[in-house]
Design a protein around this ligand. Sequence first.
Ligand SMILES: [Ca+2]
Length: 348
Amino acid sequence: MFREELTELQMKIQIRTTLLVAGLVALGYAGVFAKSPVSVILDTDIGNDVDDVLALGMLHALQSRGACRLLAVTVTKDHPAAAALTDAVNTFYGRGDIPVGVVSGGVTPEVGKFLPMVDQRDDGKRRYPFDLKKPPSAVSLLRRVLHNQPDRSVVVVQVGFSTNLARLISSQPDAESPLKGMDLVRRKVRLLSIMAGAFRPIDGHPRFLEYNVVKDLTHARKLVTDWPTSIVFSGFEIGYAVRFPAESIARDFCYVAHHPLAESYLLYEPPPHHRPTWDLTSVLYAVYPERGYFSLSEPGRVTVEDDGNTVFEVRPDGGHRYLILDNKQIERVREAMVHLASQPPDRK
Ligand SMILES: [Ca+2]
């Protein structure tokens, strides 16, 4: 039948049917690719290098995009302003209710280059408001949060020292959970995405002692040996190969007069400085493992030697892998990080 011969009614029916089918196809298409948000816990030494602050900002952008849910942040830098700045950044992104836990007897108690900015005031008002009172211990908070999550659902991102997570797997049943820490992690955690170690030569040096490992060597060795889930390592060489462009700090964060990410960056090292993106890589992999930003090594086991050197041995049954990057991926990763780190908070 020719189109001109259709009655008006037939035309309407045909159009509505076409729209209905197109709608159902679109829904089905979206359904195939829809993914529920990744539940993330960030464990960070925020206050030492500045990549932790950018990594936290990225997690907020990813949460705004529905890609993840930040359940808690635990801190391994043993200075009170580290938790305060974490809460201030969370508050900046409209999520000051995310719980923050702190280490006791941890390493790097010095205040560092940018934590003091959390106490700045403009005309008597806090530049970066926060309302953190007395934060709980990191291990208690980790136990509480994990206990309340569905089994095998949580991705832990560790971008500092191993103090909190090594203590977590040694923890005993308590008011937060009837499980021992090891069993709690085995039951609730799906993956540990960790910035630690080095798996390729750095500037020609085959043996490179990476900061996160050597600063708390005892707990790093314990974690790498005993942690009961898969671990994906972002070695020093990965973030070292992807520099955050100083131009982005100057250009992309100006949507507010004072931005905690940009200000931390500038206080850490004045421009023009293209900071390596170590901690950001572990966040990007944790939330978007399937997007090809990184390649993965074969499965194997990492061991931490007495001096902190990390050695990877291929083993088909090993639960450890490390990230690999080629030149094309470097550009994609950098672009994703720039967009995510500089994404404005949700409008309320
Ligand atoms: Ca860090």
